[in-house]
Design a protein around this ligand. Structure first.
Ligand code: ATP
Ligand code: MG
Length: 411
């Protein structure tokens, strides 16, 4: 779990601003849920035989009432819970997004943290492949706006429950033939959740798993039509993809479309965004059945990808830094600064006293465009001396209104 120091926090904030601006352009509204939920919510939705539920959740008993609570490992379940609880789904479909910390007790490594951050997006109450396509196209736009070029899309369809049941029998038979290659996790899951084995990160199993029976070859007619519809829309939008028949995702609630955006630039942790359809989840959580599709992106991984790029605009530097000497001047300095802030300008007032020369060094280091100087002579006239710090120019004595007018002009 990491601290974000000011420069990193600023980048994080700008990334979220950029993502939320794109989401707003597609009509998605923000929803915020608590970081804690009842444990049962995650166990039921993500699935008992999954990495997350088996070994990654921060779960504890609330000593005050004996409830079992869990720090959220992902956002979809909570988002759906909230939508049902507050009757958001009556009659109207919802396009929602959320942002915030998620918690998983994983082995920390580059691109894998125990507290990480996601922006997630959920469209609830939409059945057609148009919404799957909308979300993928939205992601593609975001990558463009962030200046990310070497990201590719992997796509698969998991079909419906009957498809998966039929596939399961053939998959188990295949895996049993290769029992000697299965690792401990895979052996344990062979009869409880064999699909998860396809999602293995174990390099020794990759080749065997690549030869397993493919869900996408066995799709039911409706799922096949849905998948065709999605592919046609992606073609319309000019979004390229690779069909990855092994893509199954690490959570149980997915059906039909699943997708991942991957890069080769981050080593083993190359998935920056992942999602898919979860048509049964709303009903499973007690709501009126509503088909849905969503995705979540890992913000740390995206930040690592855009490190050094200019895609995230620099945060605006202060317009002015006010230096002052003496008690009365300090109070006048605050009055001037407040007036400028009223008009929307960022103004830093020097704190902590010190000689003018030392204060001017701070002014320079702040990155401000101007130093505003309030000494005895300025105070006597209720004016300030304005000294350009970034551009050549003479120092001038100005009334506060004149300073405001000058900064307004540059805004
Ligand atoms: P992975 O296959 O990398 O374990 P996952 O399938 O567990 O990912 P999801 O639950 O789909 O991941 O989460 C969506 C995205 O959130 C991932 O693609 C990744 O970018 C990010 N993510 C997931 N777990 C972590 C983590 N521990 N640290 C940082 N980012 C993470
Ligand atoms: Mg994982």
């Amino acid at each position: 779990m990491n601290d974000l120091l000011p420069a990193q926090a600023a980048r994080y904030r700008r990334l979220v601003e950029c993502v939320s601006a794109v989401l707003a352009r597609y009509g998605y509204s923000e929803l915020r849920t608590p970081v804690l939920e009842r444990t049962e919510l995650f166990v039921r939705t993500i699935g008992e035989v999954t990495d997350i539920v088996e070994k990654e959740m921060y779960t504890f008993r609330d000593e005050l009432n004996g409830e079992s609570l869990t720090l959220r490992p992902e956002g979809t379940a909570a988002c759906v819970r909230a939508a049902i609880e507050h009757n958001l789904l009556y009659g109207t479909p919802q396009r929602l997004w959320y942002e915030g910390p998620m918690f998983r007790h994983e082995r920390p490594q580059k691109g894998r943290y125990r507290q990480f951050h996601q922006v997630g997006c959920e469209a609830i109450g939409f059945a057609g492949p148009d919404i799957d396509a909308e979300q993928i196209v939205l992601c593609a736009r975001l990558w463009r706006e962030l200046g990310l070029t070497d990201i590719s899309l992997e796509l698969n369809s998991l079909g419906d429950a009957a498809t998966r049941a039929a596939h399961r029998g053939r998959l188990v038979a295949y895996l049993e033939q290769h029992r000697d290659l299965l690792d401990e996790d895979a052996l344990r899951r062979l009869h409880t959740n064999p699909l998860r084995i396809l999602d293995t990160k174990n390099p020794a199993m990759q080749q065997m798993v690549a030869g397993a029976p493919k869900l996408v070859d066995m799709l039911d007619a409706e799922s096949a039509a849905h998948f065709d519809g999605l592919r046609a829309r992606l073609a319309d939008a000019g979004v390229a993809f690779t069909l990855n028949p092994r893509l199954v995702r690490g959570l149980d609630y997915y059906n039909r479309t699943v997708f991942e955006w991957v890069t080769t630039r981050l080593g083993a942790q190359g998935t920056i965004c992942a999602g898919g359809r979860y048509d049964g989840l709303v009903e499973q959580l007690g709501g009126r059945a509503a088909p849905a599709c969503g995705f979540a992106m890992g913000l740390e991984r995206i930040l690592a990808l855009i490190e050094g790029s200019t895609a995230l605009r620099e945060a605006p530097l202060p317009a002015a830094y006010v230096v002052h000497q003496g008690d009365a001047a300090a109070r006048f300095a605050v009055e001037v600064a407040e007036g400028l802030r009223d008009r929307g300008h960022a103004v830093v007032v020097h704190g902590g006293g010190g000689k003018f020369a030392a204060q001017m060094k701070r002014a320079d280091a702040s990155g401000a465009r101007y130093a505003l100087i309030v000494g005895e002579s300025e105070l006597a006239e209720r004016k300030v001396s304005l000294k350009p710090l970034r551009i050549p120019g003479e120092q001038q004595l100005l009334a506060p209104d004149a300073v405001a007018a000058l900064l307004d002009e540059q805004h």
